[in-house]
Design a protein around this ligand. Structure first.
Ligand code: DGL
Length: 269
């Protein structure tokens, strides 16, 4: 397959969480044309089986293939854990996945007690077990599945009493164990950083993966000579299958960036 620099880059997630990663990529790669696909109708992925997630992710890839993407970023820890190998076996362009920032957190942590918030799907995956085992020798990891958070972020609820109560329920036990670093292992949770910050002492580091993914994407595109060098500002198209009438408003609120290059396209599947 011949790929060219001017083709778009697809970005997928179970819903709107991957927009937190897209923001980092947009900033680092201003000339690229991004197409974001939110599978919100089927969110959350966190409690689905690998087979179910893979079939949803393949549907999003099929949609993106019709738009002739040169690369796809799976901006979802859960989908990466369940499906990345199948996707790489199936498609010939570069596919970027993501995983909870266990390695960066291990480097930052001083007391070596690290909390990890993620979906139950990510935490129970073989990929995540392998990642932890790799770093576990001198570090104590405390994992916490966070049921219900994704659903709230899907409504752009980043600060309600219900949200704060849920966060407290998940974070308090980690604070009692004296963590000094907190990993946000789900792209939806990155939008909750301000709310989380209010609940934890200042000395605790919050680590997520958006910037690392953006840097990795740039590296891969450069290496494969696929970086868009047109010099013109790239656009960002958003597609969703959310049943929420206000899906575009939710996305706009979370995007909270320059709307000149923003385009809400509507329903993709
Ligand atoms: N945003 C996703 C992640 O990074 C998935 C959340 C979900 O749908 O459960 O894991």
């Amino acid at each position: 397959m011949n790929l060219s620099q001017n083709q778009p880059i697809g970005v997928i997630d179970s819903g709107v969480g991957g927009i937190s990663v897209l923001k980092c990529m947009r900033e680092l790669l201003p000339n690229e044309y991004f197409i974001y696909v939110a599978d919100s109708k089927y969110a959350p992925y966190g409690e689905k089986t690998n087979v179910e997630i893979t079939s949803r992710v393949l549907a999003a890839f099929e949609f993106l293939n019709k738009q002739y993407v040169k690369s796809v970023v799976v901006a979802c820890n859960t989908a990466t854990a369940s499906s990345i190998q199948i996707l790489r076996d199936e498609f010939n362009y570069p596919i970027i996945g993501m995983e909870p920032a266990v390695k960066p957190a291990s480097n930052i942590s001083t007391n070596k007690i690290i909390g990890i918030l993620a979906t139950s799907g990510t935490l129970s995956s073989a990929k995540f077990s392998a990642l932890l085992t790799h770093h576990e020798t001198d570090i104590h990891f405390i994992t916490q599945p966070c049921f219900g958070l994704v659903e709230l972020v899907e409504k752009a609820d980043l600060e309600s009493a219900e949200l704060q109560e849920l966060l407290k329920k998940y974070i308090d036990p980690l604070l009692k164990k004296d963590i000094d670093t907190l990993v946000l292992g789900c792209t939806h949770y990155s939008f909750l950083k301000p709310a989380i910050r209010k609940l934890i002492p200042n000395h605790i580091h919050i680590v997520d993966t958006g910037n690392a993914v953006a840097n990795h994407l740039k590296h891969v595109l450069t290496e494969k000579n696929l970086l868009n060098k047109s010099g013109t500002l790239g656009v960002t198209d958003f597609w969703s299958n959310s049943l929420d009438q206000n899906a575009d408003q939710v996305i706009k609120k979370l995007w909270s960036q320059n709307l000149n290059t923003f385009s809400y396209k509507g329903i993709w599947a």
